[in-house]
Design a binder for this molecule. Sequence first.
Ligand code: HEM
Length: 249
Amino acid sequence: MKQIDGLIYAEIAERQTQPDPNRDDILSLLMLAQDENGEALTPSELRDELMTLLVAGHETTATALSWALYWLYTDDRVRQNLLAELDALGTPDDPGALFKLPYLNAVCCETLRIYPVAMLTFPRIVKSPVEVMGHSLEPGMAVLGSIYLTHHQPDIYSDGDRFYPERFLERQYSSFEFLPFGGGSRRCIGMAFAQFEMKVVLSQILSQVELTLVDTPAPLKPIRRGLVSGIPPVTMVSKGRRDLSLQEN
Ligand code: HEM
């Protein structure tokens, strides 16, 4: 923690002594932000914001991307479908076109459904007595939503242990049925960013290199890693470059 704090505070101090108005990275934007009284964030508040982005935003998305690659390279059919979609997209004029690709979206959703990186939501504390599905909840009780169990309810997801992106093309799931980013007013603040990042990274990797899984026992199961669930070590090697037009983007 001391080492990370040292790096972050040094970066903040450097930006304060040598401000560069042309920078538009997240730290620069946070340093420009002011509240209604014209006050900027203090160094310790800036440090907390950066730590949140790093801790909540880095490992979660990295784990989801690793799972996506694992599934894509254990199922040739899914990978070929996705490659066909990416190939047909070519180099679009609209930079948002990638985000709207239905099969790419389905692959990302199914990755986050089958092994949600966050198995549980953060806790909610009951404020006043309430009954939920026959359970009486009293003030002060902590309640957590199980994302994993919801994503494996047989009446919502048939054959729920199977990686099958098409289920997201065949029907629309409500926010009570599919909730990899939690729900309500405390839903993940990085949801849109994470989804976009997943799509950009996956499409770039898939369109540029041909990978293969090495020494990976199937089926792979998630492992517990602190607050989130992780993926066991997976080795992938490159078999060569691909030449899809998307690599220009
Ligand atoms: C695939 C990637 C990600 C997954 C699966 C994920 C999942 C979640 C979940 C389940 C929650 C709890 C929501 C609730 O209790 O209802 C959460 C909260 C949060 N996430 Fe993410 N997250 C991801 C990426 C990110 C990114 C990229 C950022 C920041 C850039 C981020 C920042 C946060 C923050 C700050 C909270 C707390 C929100 C609050 O309490 O108001 N997450 N995330």
